[in-house]
Design a protein around this ligand. Structure first.
Ligand code: FHN
Length: 590
């Protein structure tokens, strides 16, 4: 999937899918992302490929504001505060912020230790974001941390050394196209101080290229140069930047967002953990709350369990997970983020095989209770929702299982299992051994393979997104929108229902009986939904709708025997064009 292929029904500011104000500005800036299979040289990108988990840091002058300018709070990603889309700060006023930037609490060792304790394999930090301020000692610009702040230290030197001390990798984010303060930079001023018109070429030659030379020569070996938002940057310039990285850092990777398909791997959309396996070499970039840079009001933290779930889901879909923290202007890291990272890191230290060097799941998607990663012929099950029934169900596994065991850190407990109607049923203790995720290993004969048809879990609700549906007489499309400025959400939905419109899911049933059906959707006013099993029962219900995706009960349906069923969902009455169906849920009535 390339970003280009994504159909956007995006929104700025509100979750309402309907007021289709496609906020394409930032989207266009991503440019096309690449899928390069494997860097040919095995040394390149080893931590990316094997480590699977990294720390991203957004830290700059903007962190000082924390989204508060002159007593007014702006909502959205903090590093964009200068932009007219947020506070609209003039170049002159923004530059004055350097005069008060004094991050007395910055502690490079503490940050490197946090990444280490979190189980992250390298750190990528903003050397220069779109605001143009160099957070390192730049010889080619005096709008940098050593020349224009009272603090005067080079935090990147300190952090690169601290990373080496803790045995983790280090690399830089660099905004190559956007530079809002340098004349000629994209979205920067048109003229310099003397009133002379400057071009993008001037910016590139005077600032961008020399700075990329600096960050790739002054900080020891680096893992990645993470270019971002290439927009319409000419190809010849991206080629030059990539050549500089390759010359100075032969083992470093170049992010896909360098542009023109010249990067080494693909970065998915911001804050997107994919639901379906993605081929090639790729990463998900995500953040511990809703903003990349520090925002004073943003306390919407991801707890340890969610961090683990998103990390393992990314690895299980074949990717690398890079999770961001936004230190404050004084250099300190918000404690809730640090705490959640340490807690999830302690789990990773206990079960390192789940993430490091682990292969993707034999399933295309996650399972209702958790996810699967691979190590050779062993399936590693991370069970986030532990069934209290004493049985864990696994659908569609094609291999013969030779052993099953529960890991509890040091101890290993063999587990009994049976196979029936294509389902594996594993007998487990009633109480989960772990707080966040308990680990079961399954040894199988041959290369692990599975039928990725969704199975209805007998113990817990099985929620299946529209990504796994087919549609006829209705459109299946990706809805990607900004919740707040720069905070992305991703959802596939079936929309624009014609008279005979239908969304179809195929499911496998292990335990026959009655299941409760819910649908999640957005829309306007009351709508009538029909759910029909091909060759079986049909149910209908009229429910309300709202501008945010919500789950509504539809009714009970009978699945008379174990086996495969085709479920057709239709929107029959109400505003059928507007109704956007995102998910179907099945819960067995016990
Ligand atoms: O505009 C930037 C944004 O500020 C942030 O750095 C993210 C991180 O992936 N990248 C851009 C938007 O995609």
């Amino acid at each position: 999937m390339t970003i280009k292929n994504i159909v956007i029904v995006g929104l700025l500011g509100a979750l309402s899918f309907h007021a289709v104000h496609a906020e394409q500005g930032m989207d266009e800036l991503w440019g096309e992302s690449v899928v390069k299979l494997r860097a040919e040289d095995a040394k390149r990108g080893q931590l990316f490929d094997e480590g699977n988990y990294a720390m991203f840091i957004h830290w700059g002058l903007y962190s000082q504001l924390g989204n508060n300018v002159d007593g007014k709070t702006y909502y959205g990603i903090g590093e964009w505060i200068m932009s007219p889309r947020m506070a609209g700060i003039s170049v002159g006023d923004y530059k004055k912020l350097a005069g008060t930037f004094d991050p007395v609490k910055f502690d490079a060792k503490a940050i490197a230790k946090l990444a280490y304790d979190a189980g992250m394999k390298y750190i990528i930090i903003t050397s220069k974001h779109h605001d143009g301020f160099a957070m390192y000692d730049s010889k080619s610009s005096d709008f940098d941390i050593t020349d224009s702040t009272p603090w005067g230290r080079d935090p990147m030197k300190e952090l690169s050394e601290a990373c080496r001390e803790f045995g983790i990798g280090f690399g830089f984010y660099y905004s190559h196209n956007q530079d809002w303060t340098y004349p000629g930079g994209f979205r920067g001023p048109e003229k310099d101080k003397k009133g002379k018109r400057k071009t993008f070429d001037d910016y590139f030659i005077e600032k961008c290229l020399p700075q990329v030379e600096e960050i790739t020569t002054e900080y020891g070996p680096i893992e990645i140069v993470w270019f971002d938002t290439p927009g319409n940057m000419p190809k010849k310039y991206v080629e030059q930047l990539v050549a500089v990285v390759h010359k100075n850092q032969p083992n470093a990777l170049v992010s896909g967002r360098a542009g023109h398909n010249l990067g080494d791997y693909q970065s998915l959309g911001d804050m997107e953990v994919p639901l379906v396996k993605v081929p090639g070499m790729w990463e998900s970039v995500d953040t511990t709350n809703d903003s990349w840079a520090y925002a004073w009001y943003d306390e919407n933290w991801k707890p340890a369990k969610e961090i683990l779930h998103r990390t393992i889901a990314t690895v299980a879909r074949g990717g690398t997970y890079m999770l961001n923290i936004g230190p404050r202007g004084d250099g300190s890291v918000p404690e809730h983020a640090a705490d959640a990272l340490r807690k999830s890191g302690a789990w990773i230290k206990k079960y390192p095989n789940i993430i490091y060097g682990a292969g993707p799941s034999p399933y295309e998607h996650a399972l209702p209770w958790g996810d699967v990663t691979l190590r050779g012929n062993t399936l590693q099950l991370s069970v986030f929702e532990w069934p209290t029934s004493g049985e864990l169900y696994l659908p569609g596994l094609k291999n013969e299982v030779t052993a099953a065991r529960l890991l509890t850190g040091k101890d290993v407990q063999p587990l009994e299992f049976t196979s029936k109607d294509g389902w594996l049923q594993i007998s487990i203790p009633q109480i989960a051994p772990e707080k966040y995720a308990s680990v079961i290993e399954l040894d199988v004969e041959g290369t692990p393979e599975s039928d990725s048809t969704w199975g209805l879990d007998p113990n817990m609700t099985t929620s299946i997104r529209a990504n796994f549906a087919t549609s006829k007489g209705a459109k299946l499309q990706k809805n990607r929108w900004m919740e707040k400025f720069g905070e992305w959400k991703h959802m596939k939905q079936v929309i624009d229902w014609q008279e005979d419109g239908v969304a179809t899911w195929v499911v496998d049933v292990a335990v026959p009986g009655t299941y409760h059906i819910d649908l999640s959707y957005v829309g306007e006013g009351r709508v009538v939904w029909q759910v029909a099993i091909e060759g079986g029962e049909t149910i209908r219900n009229q429910q309300a709708s709202s501008s945010v995706y919500q789950k509504y009960p539809i009714g009970w349906m009978n699945f008379p025997e174990a086996g495969r069923y085709t479920i057709n969902v239709s929107c029959l009455e109400g505003d059928t064009e507007a109704a956007g169906l995102s998910e179907i849920h099945f819960t067995r009535i016990q």
